[in-house]
Design a protein around this ligand. Structure first.
Ligand code: FAD
Length: 307
């Protein structure tokens, strides 16, 4: 991932997208439509989330494997420690390696059922993502990324604590981090400054900002609840106004605000030298493609790739 980002043409910021494991055949067909649409736009990598505790484990491994084997995309497999013994985690990493996947995003995960509830270590498992970074690195020639939190992880007592343990994950061998979504670019810039101030060497590793183009206020609120991120009050008011008073929110108006805001955030991130733009897609291509198009990114495709 880091090689891809550093060799990207200076005229075009790299972008990447996040998919989630589909729950059924219909959702899988939709995922593949999004995959094929993004394939034409040339993302630096695509990541596949992991259902907490391995709830969709077999399908996740199969679909991520297909991304590696049947597309031109470079997949990054998210892997969470929660609910797994070390042996199970080793087996998961082995299953990914068998499918040619060597890029892993090492995460602790949240308690399944009640993500905000008490975190319990599996009796034969790991306690923190830092330990998973070490485990994956010890298993072979893997490239590992970790999560970072511009507004601080919701279990961190303060930002100093949060930065300290992010730096520890990076020092344990993670090569980059991908942030939690945020809606105020200042949070991302301050995170970057904190990490550099804490440890210049680890601060040189890419911090990839995650962007969620909002297309529904209701689903954005649900995602935010679990993320620890907040909507700035002015943006929330704009979205509420766009959603209207009717029994159903005005999705078209919310979407327009969401895409406009995501585009403005990306413009600022590009100006501030972000290494890549990582989009949450919810397995749909349209909103992200529209942001990319407004940024002029799809206009700069190499001739070999149809726009
Ligand atoms: P950790 O780095 O282990 O941190 C957890 C908390 O413990 C933090 O507050 C940290 O500061 C603290 N801490 C860390 N080490 C220590 C220590 N040694 N001593 C004391 N405190 C410590 N969840 C999923 O279930 N599936 C996914 O696919 C998924 N993908 C994600 C992708 C991204 C980009 C992000 C940002 C999050 C993702 N998550 C996913 C959510 C993630 O699992 C949760 O946010 C989880 O609560 C924290 O995971 P972590 O890897 O950051 O944990």
């Amino acid at each position: 991932i880091v090689d891809r980002l550093s060799s990207a043409r200076s005229s075009r910021i790299p972008f990447s997208v996040e998919f989630s494991p589909p729950r059924d055949a219909e959702a899988e067909a939709r995922l593949w439509r999004a995959v094929r649409a993004f394939e034409r736009l040339g993302p630096a990598f695509v990541s596949m989330t992991y259902g907490a505790g391995g709830s969709t484990r077999d399908r996740t491994v199969r679909v991520t494997g297909q991304l590696a084997e049947e597309t031109t995309l470079l997949p990054v497999a998210h892997l969470t420690a929660v609910g797994h013994s070390v042996d199970e985690l080793r087996a998961m990493v082995g299953a990914y390696a068998d499918r040619g996947i060597t890029n892993i995003l090492a995460l602790r995960g949240d308690p399944p059922g009640n993500p905000l509830g008490e975190w319990e270590r599996h009796p034969e498992g790991l306690g923190y993502a830092e330990e998973l970074v070490r485990l994956v690195r010890d298993l072979g020639d893997f490239h590992v990324g970790v999560a970072s939190f511009p507004e601080g992880h919701y279990r961190s007592p303060d930002l100093e604590h949060d930065t300290r343990f992010l730096v520890r994950k990076l020092s344990a061998g993670a090569e980059y981090s991908i942030t939690q979504m945020f809606f105020d670019v200042e949070h991302y810039l301050r995170l970057r400054d904190r990490v550099v101030a804490f440890d210049a060497e680890q601060g040189a590793k890419p911090i990839i900002p995650e962007i969620m183009p909002i297309t529904s206020l209701r689903s954005a609120r649900r995602s935010l609840e679990l993320s620890g991120s907040k909507l700035p009050p002015a943006l929330e008011q704009r979205l509420v106004r766009a959603a209207g008073d009717g029994p159903e929110e005005n999705r078209a108006a919310v979407r327009e605000v969401g895409i406009e805001v995501a585009t403005e955030m990306c413009e600022r991130l590009i100006a501030e030298g972000a290494p890549c733009l990582h989009f949450i897609t919810l397995n749909f291509a349209r909103a992200t493609s529209e942001v990319l198009s407004r940024l002029g990114i799809e206009m700069q495709l190499p001739a070999a790739q149809p726009a």
